[in-house]
Write a protein that binds this ligand. Structure first.
Ligand code: NAI
Ligand code: BGC
Length: 271
């Protein structure tokens, strides 16, 4: 499609994507840019990855800045939001994507492994959502009470539903996100702020390399996916654009499972 004929559902809007230097965050940031949004790509350590995301977004004709910051640190969150405001003015979309795994069986799990995962996946998401809500509420725009004033999308996981032994820190962080998202959605709906989650299944990214690089592990992973393929960051990017657009204006407090059927308990299929 040539650039002038493109459908740009997010034209004139500004988004922040946390953890946008790789994987799902990178896929979402690119999809938002391709949909016409200005994008702030937050990154933690991988500056080259963030620059790559920016390059692809700018090639699509959208504007992009990259901002370094740890989502678990309130000061860094403030910087991310300030820099976005300086570059683009009003904010419309937050994608709460940054997340990590530090796996260990329960009895071996260190306090540090527990704390780091909760700090990044849960505190980070709380701090980012709080900053986005404050920003949306301070932006006025009260003249049209019918119009949505901001969108927050959490990138949760099928493991907000499926228990995951050996990763209790991760599963607890994602389970926590589920009620965090719903409670924030309930609180902010009267302010015309929509809050939802996307819960991906297995998406091929650096976080789960151990599950798809090796042929034996890849086969075992595919057995858990009725749809018969491992997901790609673009699968999540498309859904994020739709969930941030006016097309989904009546949706708030919902979790969309984008998982090729992983949550359908496939091992029961031929019981
Ligand atoms: P990834 O490892 O490529 O991406 C994680 C991103 O978070 C990286 O860009 C990393 O730099 C960033 N990050 C880590 N700690 C950070 C911090 N303290 N501050 C700011 N950024 C930080 O892996 P992936 O898969 O793209 O993960 C993205 C999100 O998707 C995570 O929340 C993960 O839990 C979730 N997810 C991933 C699935 C998968 O199968 N790949 C499935 C379900 C959920
Ligand atoms: C995890 C991945 C895993 C996927 C499906 C995600 O939340 O981060 O490692 O492949 O869930 O189990």
């Amino acid at each position: 499609m040539n650039k002038t004929n493109q459908h740009l559902p997010l034209k004139g809007q500004t988004s922040i994507v946390t953890g946008g230097s790789s994987g799902i965050g990178q896929g979402i940031a690119i999809a938002l840019g391709q949909a016409g949004s200005n994008v702030c790509v937050n990154y933690h350590g991988d500056e080259d990855g963030a620059k790559k995301t920016k390059e692809i977004i700018e090639d699509a004709g959208a504007k992009c800045i990259i901002v370094k910051g740890d989502v678990g640190k309130p000061k860094d969150i403030a910087t991310i939001f300030e820099k976005t405001n300086e570059a683009f003015g009003d904010l419309h979309i937050l994608i709460n994507n940054a997340g990590i795994q530090q796996d260990n069986p329960l009895v071996d799990m260190t306090y540090k492994e527990w704390d780091k995962v909760i700090q990044t996946n849960l505190y980070g998401a709380f701090l980012s959502a709080q900053a986005a809500a404050k920003t949306f509420l301070s932006q006025g725009n009260t003249s049209n009470n019918e119009k949505c004033k901001g969108k927050i999308i959490f990138i949760s996981s099928v493991h907000d539903l499926i228990p995951w032994g050996g990763r209790v820190n991760y599963a607890a962080s994602k389970g926590g996100l589920k009620t965090l998202m719903k409670s924030i959605a309930q609180e902010l709906a009267p302010n015309k702020i929509r809050v939802n989650s996307i819960s991906p299944g297995a998406i091929q990214t650096p976080i789960n390399e151990d599950q798809w690089k090796d042929e034996k592990n890849r086969k075992a992973l595919l057995e858990k996916i009725p749809y018969g393929r491992i997901g790609k960051p673009e699968d999540i990017g498309k859904v994020a654009v739709w969930l941030a657009s006016e097309e989904s204006d009546y949706i708030t407090g919902t979790t969309l499972y984008v998982d090729g059927g992983m949550t359908l308990y496939p091992s029961f299929a031929d019981d």
